[in-house]
Design a protein around this ligand. Structure first.
Ligand code: CA2
Length: 142
C-alpha cells in the first residue's frame, strides 16, 4: 500500500469554523476522515497540521527518512513566504503536490507568488477540498 502524507499549514485547523465563503464548511477533521475513507483500499494516509513553520520543516525531514511515496501540501500563508519550507521539500527529494482550497490567482496579489510551488510536481488551486483528492489520485498513478 502506498503511503501519502497530507500536510496543512497555519490556520487550516480553523477550516469550517470561519470564512466558509472562501474555504467551505467542512472541518479539517471532516476532510481527514473523508480522505481516509475514500482512499482506504488504495493508500495509507497520514495527516499533519501545524501553525509553526519549523514544525512543518521538521515533519518533512522526518517523512524523508520514512520512505513514503509522496506529500500533498497546503502550506497556507507559508506558501507565499517560506524559503525554509521550499528548501525542506526540495531537500526531502519526495514527490509533492501543492494544493490550495481557494484560487490564489483570484485573490490579493501577494498570494499569486508561491515559493513552495517550484519544489512540487504541480499545483492545484481553487478546486476546494476536491484538490486534496485530485492530488492524492495523481500521486497514486504509476
Ligand atoms: O486557499 C488556500 O488553501 C490557502 O492556502 C489558504 C491560506 C491562504 O493564506 C493561502 O493564500 C491560500 C489561509 C488558510 C487559512 O485557513 C482558514 C480556514 C478557515 C478559517 C480561517 C482560516
Amino acid at each position: 500500500m502506498k503511503r501519502i502524507a497530507i500536510l496543512n499549514g497555519p490556520n487550516l485547523d480553523r477550516l469550517g469554523k470561519r470564512e466558509p465563503e472562501i474555504y467551505g464548511s467542512t472541518t479539517l477533521a471532516g476532510l481527514e476522515a473523508k480522505l481516509t475513507t475514500d482512499f482506504a483500499d488504495q493508500a495509507e494516509l497520514t495527516f499533519f497540521q501545524s501553525n509553526h513553520e519549523g514544525a512543518l520543516v521538521d515533519h518533512i525531514s522526518a517523512l524523508a527518512e520514512d520512505g513514503i511515496q509522496g506529500i500533498v501540501i497546503n502550506g497556507a500563508a507559508l506558501t507565499h513566504t517560506s524559503v525554509a519550507l521550499r528548501d525542506a521539500l526540495l531537500g526531502s527529494q519526495l514527490r509533492a503536490v501543492e494544493v490550495h482550497i481557494s484560487n490564489i490567482y483570484r485573490r490579493e496579489e501577494f498570494r499569486h507568488k508561491s515559493l513552495t510551488g517550484p519544489a512540487c510536481e504541480g499545483i492545484i488551486t481553487g478546486l476546494g477540498l476536491e484538490g486534496y483528492s485530485a492530488a492524492i489520485r495523481y500521486l497514486l498513478l504509476d
